[in-house]
Write a protein that binds this ligand. Structure first.
Ligand code: ATP
Ligand code: MG
Length: 449
């Protein structure tokens, strides 16, 4: 172990050491069996001083209760030791390397599915790129993943990454260009601009009353009454469809029906539902990455579709009819907005999955460029966080509030992160780490959009 200095000042959680070696901010150092990280280096007339914060220790479960002895030797922490204390495993979702090192950072796919992930950063700082890296890793492990993709940028997971800059960096990360043609399935509702995708139809048979209410979230109590009567009448049939509900509403005596009829007619005309619906087993399937391409779909219809699709996946997952799955929600502020920041049909089910999904092996990956506008209840359920460059003060505040282990100092760092560098925090890590995200194997679609 390389000795790099001696402690000159200390508390129970931090120390200052004098050094004549080349030490830098964010370097990991070791005192006895304690790992610490340098957060500042100061040059003074009487020498160079480094300021370090304790991260954890090998033997002790608790933080030290008395300060370090003045004069204690400080060593450079070796990789194995740092990895052990930081909680970086030897295998899993390979997201990149610890900045300025070759130490690979792995996240646990089980933790991501059971405890949810969020990727937060301002526009253009690499959220979708990073999510693409994670999607590649899920595909390799044959774990199902479903991506709610408002811009249609994930279909490029089929094609290899031949970007010159990325290719130059690939060797260092041990990555090669690769396309996942066989694994990536693209679905789109017929109302989308996308004709190459597999048409996505929701099951129209025997919708429950709750399903109907989800379709008409603004219904008044009188309208709900009419709807319920129509629903009851329709259920007398073994198989009933939306047109049966519509018929029941038309037959109603109440005047409340007049506003309801055009709404149901509009829903029918959207072609979202069919008796020949897309089986969920086609969307959530081992070895499959399903892209729900919503490009060109009006926002109102996107929300209905996401709400119903996620509700069905959640139900089927509860019944064990489909395998554990990671659901990726791009632009999460649109589908699960914070109260007072607009409404979305999909908000309720996303909140439910965030709080109960872990019991059933249904994980969320929440992406947003407006952390402050995403439902706090959803964000607070995410236990792994990938933070990229963010500058908006409200978003920074929301990030620091929802990510354990981040403080005001971290907020300064987040504002200055270069593209490609992330702060990864939360499970399974003992402390936030700076990670250089690995290059994509597949083409990044964000460029094409
Ligand atoms: N890890 C990385 N390595 C190399 N280039 C990257 C990396 N991350 C991002 N980039 C570059 O930055 C660009 C923007 O990234 P990306 O599309 O992921 O942004 P975003 O955060 O999803 O933005 P938006 O909120 O607008 O969707 C990419 O096109 C890519 O060129
Ligand atoms: Mg993006």
């Amino acid at each position: 172990m390389e000795e790099i200095g001696e402690i000159k000042e200390s508390t129970t959680s931090s120390f200052v050491f004098r050094t004549e070696k080349d030490v830098r901010k964010h370097d990991y150092v070791r005192v006895d069996d304690i790992l610490a990280q340098i957060w500042e280096v100061k040059q003074m007339s009487n020498g160079t001083f480094a300021y370090a914060n304790v991260i954890g220790s090998l033997s002790r479960r608790y933080m030290p209760r008395s300060p370090f002895k003045i004069g204690s030797k400080v060593y450079r922490a070796d990789e194995k030791f740092a990895k052990k204390i930081l909680g970086i495993g030897e295998d899993g979702i390979y997201v990149g390397v610890i900045k300025d090192s070759s130490v690979r950072v792995y996240l646990s796919p089980d933790i991501l599915i059971q405890k949810h992930l969020c990727i937060l950063a301002k526009s253009g700082s690499g959220k979708s790129y990073t999510m693409g890296v994670i999607a590649e890793e899920f595909i390799k492990r044959n774990i199902p993943i479903v991506i709610i993709d408002p811009h249609g940028e994930y279909v490029s997971l089929r094609r290899p990454n031949l970007d010159k800059n990325d290719m130059a960096a690939m060797r260092r990360f041990g990555i090669r260009p690769k396309g996942y043609t066989k694994n990536v399935y693209e679905f789109a509702p017929v109302c989308s601009k996308n004709r190459e995708a597999i048409p996505l139809y929701l099951d129209e048979t025997n919708l429950s009353f709750q399903d109907l209410l989800n379709l008409l979230p603004n219904a008044t109590s009188q309208q709900k009454g009419v709807l319920y009567e129509a629903y009851k009448k329709a259920t007398e049939k073994k198989i009933y469809l939306l047109k049966d509900i519509l018929e029941g509403i038309r037959d109603a005596k109440s005047n409340a029906k007049w506003n309801l009829i055009p709404q149901i007619e509009q829903i029918i005309s959207m072609n979202l539902f069919s008796v020949n619906y897309t089986p969920l087993g086609e969307i959530v399937r081992k070895g499959r990455c399903s892209i729900i391409n919503l490009r060109g779909v009006p926002p109102y219809i996107q929300e209905i579709l996401v709400a119903i699709l996620l509700t069905k996946i959640f139900e089927e997952r509860k019944n064990g009819a489909i395998p554990p799955v990671l659901i990726v929600i791009e632009e999460a502020h649109r589908y699960a907005p914070e109260r007072g920041q607009g409404k979305s049909f999909a908000g309720d089910i996303i909140r439910t999955i965030a709080s109960e999904g872990r019991k059933f092996g249904m994980g969320l990956a929440i992406l947003s460029q407006r952390a402050a506008r995403v439902d706090k209840n959803v964000l607070s359920q995410c236990n792994t966080h990938i933070i990229l460059k963010t500058t908006n003060p409200n978003d920074l505040k929301a990030i620091v509030a929802s990510v354990e282990g981040l403080d005001a100092k971290a907020a300064d760092e987040i504002q200055m992160l270069p593209v490609g560098i992330a702060i990864v925090a939360g499970l399974p890590l003992a402390a936030p780490i700076f990670v250089e995200i690995r290059p994509r194997e597949t083409l990044h679609g964000g460029k094409l959009v």
